[in-house]
Design a protein around this ligand. Structure first.
Ligand code: HEM
Length: 453
């Protein structure tokens, strides 16, 4: 018979449940007492955006569980439950508002967290896997939010979901089937409500929890937040798996603090966010329009704000291009970022002379922008042209610096790699198209000034 394992320094066996508890506590303490480099805790490193996104998700889970106590996923009961939450249940409107505003905040924060990580080059080795997990998190966050949109079963949610489902059906070959399986029929109906409820309250939250766990575990294993020392080497704390694995990467163990300090700071940030969301809930109730009416299409029927950029594209391009090709290219591009050294490299030696030494990069960036601009002019997408113009002006500023001594902003611009220009253009397009789709579009998707009602 196999002998039970002995605990070092103890004569008793591991079969004792108390020893298991002691071991777990020690493991947990080891994890929590790991040291992080003080500079990595600075606000400028992360702006605490990842932690704030996590904070939003925690608020959503808590308020979502409480909402489940009142909500039935059926028609018209689901809508009646929303009315009850607003007028009958004590503080029910606050529960709804907190859930709704934290969902919007999570989508917003996840985008700027991604941008922040990108501009800090947080996707560089060994963090490629974590970046990819992040892209999945971005998609899962959008799906989590989108599936919740239908549940109130009012005009806004019904038609917002219908617009989204129609985009799916523009995917060639599989689109119609995919839409059918998602909705459980040909239209948004009771089957769709039940499916969206299951996806929103079980599948996607579980998926996000699993992905966040992998994300945070990788963050710990990769040596914490990405930071460079004065010579441009990544700083890796001595305790991290990377440093232990005989890595050539520089190890720094000065000025360290424990993870508890990090947690403390981030929890304060999350509490501040909770206060902001609470005040928003007091000032603006989560919207609830009339009961969904499949026979009355509002004009315009708008998707949730994070998809209005896509809707704006649908105004200019055929559904297959706007709904499939462009989003497909964007998502593939995001996955590709950590593996794109050609786009990412600046000239070694004098990085400031990027354009002079490598005119080919300037030409590539300029050609990309010209092709894009011609395409946008052809479809009269004047609003989408604006970011292309801004990026062209920045490119010209950067190029000019190559012809003479450049300082400050121009010099900084001229040392940016090609990936910087592509991501900046993409983010500007996303902001402009979303703003126009959300605020400046009225009946028949015609231009309106928001202040004219
Ligand atoms: C639900 C969504 C997400 C949550 C809760 C989350 C959470 C976090 C947290 C707490 C950190 C630690 C640093 C910080 O506070 O910023 C972090 C770092 C990181 N995140 Fe996220 N994240 C999410 C989405 C994303 C996305 C969409 C991407 C990119 C596509 C991404 C890529 C990364 C990477 C690469 C790091 C390491 C950065 C570095 O070392 O500087 N994350 N994330």
């Amino acid at each position: 018979m196999a002998r039970p394992l002995e605990v070092p320094g103890s004569s008793s066996s591991l079969h004792n449940p108390l020893h298991a508890v002691v071991r777990w506590r020690e493991d947990f303490q080891r994890m929590m007492s790991a040291r992080v480099i003080e500079s990595q805790l600075g606000f400028r490193v992360t702006w605490y955006l990842g932690a704030l996104t996590l904070g939003c998700f925690t608020i959503q889970l808590t308020t979502g569980l409480l909402l489940m106590l009142y909500y039935h996923p059926s028609i018209p009961q689901g809508y009646a439950d929303m009315k009850d939450l607003e007028f009958v249940v004590s503080s029910g409107y606050m529960l709804r508002s907190l859930h709704r505003w934290s969902a919007h905040a999570m989508v917003f924060l996840v985008f700027i967290h991604m941008a922040k990580v990108f501009y800090r080059k947080g996707y560089k080795p060994p963090r490629e896997l974590n970046w990819i997990v992040g892209v999945f998190l971005l998609l899962a966050t959008l799906l989590l939010s989108y599936t919740g949109y239908l549940l109130p079963w009012d005009q806004l949610s019904y038609w917002g979901t219908t617009v989204g489902a129609n985009i799916i059906s523009s995917i060639p070959i599989v689109g119609a089937n995919l839409r059918f399986y998602l909705l459980g029929g040909h239209t948004v109906n009771a089957n769709a409500l039940l499916r969206f409820y299951v996806l929103h309250t079980m599948m996607f939250p579980l998926l996000v929890i699993v992905l966040i766990s992998i994300h945070l575990w990788r963050l710990h294993e990769d040596g914490g937040m990405y930071d460079l020392d004065n010579s441009g080497n990544p700083i890796i704390p001595e305790h991290s798996a990377l440093a232990l694995a005989d890595s050539p990467i520089k190890v720094e163990e000065e000025k360290t603090l424990s993870y508890r300090e990090l947690l403390f700071r981030e929890i304060i940030g999350i509490e501040a966010l909770a206060v902001v969301l609470f005040v928003m809930g007091l000032l603006w109730k989560a919207p609830l329009e009339e009961l969904a009416n499949p026979l009355h299409t509002p004009n315009p029927a708008k998707a949730p704000w994070y998809f209005t950029g896509l809707q704006e594209l649908l105004h200019y391009f055929p559904p297959f291009v706007a709904g499939v090709i462009l989003p497909g290219l964007i998502v593939s591009g995001l996955f590709f970022i950590p593996f794109s050294p050609v786009f990412d490299r600046v000239t070694t030696g004098d990085a400031k002379q990027w354009f002079r030494r490598k005119p080919v990069r300037m030409v590539v960036a300029a050609v990309l922008i010209i092709v894009l601009s011609v395409l946008l002019v052809r479809v009269h997408a004047w609003d989408a042209l604006l970011p292309a113009v801004v990026v062209t002006i920045l490119l010209l500023l950067a190029t000019e610096s190559a012809s003479g001594p450049a300082r400050g902003f121009r010099s900084w611009l001229s040392s940016r790699p090609l990936s910087f220009w592509i991501m900046t253009l993409f983010l500007m397009e996303a902001v402009v198209l979303t703003a126009v789709g959300t605020l400046f579009r009225g009946p028949s998707w015609a231009w309106v000034w928001p202040w004219r009602g």
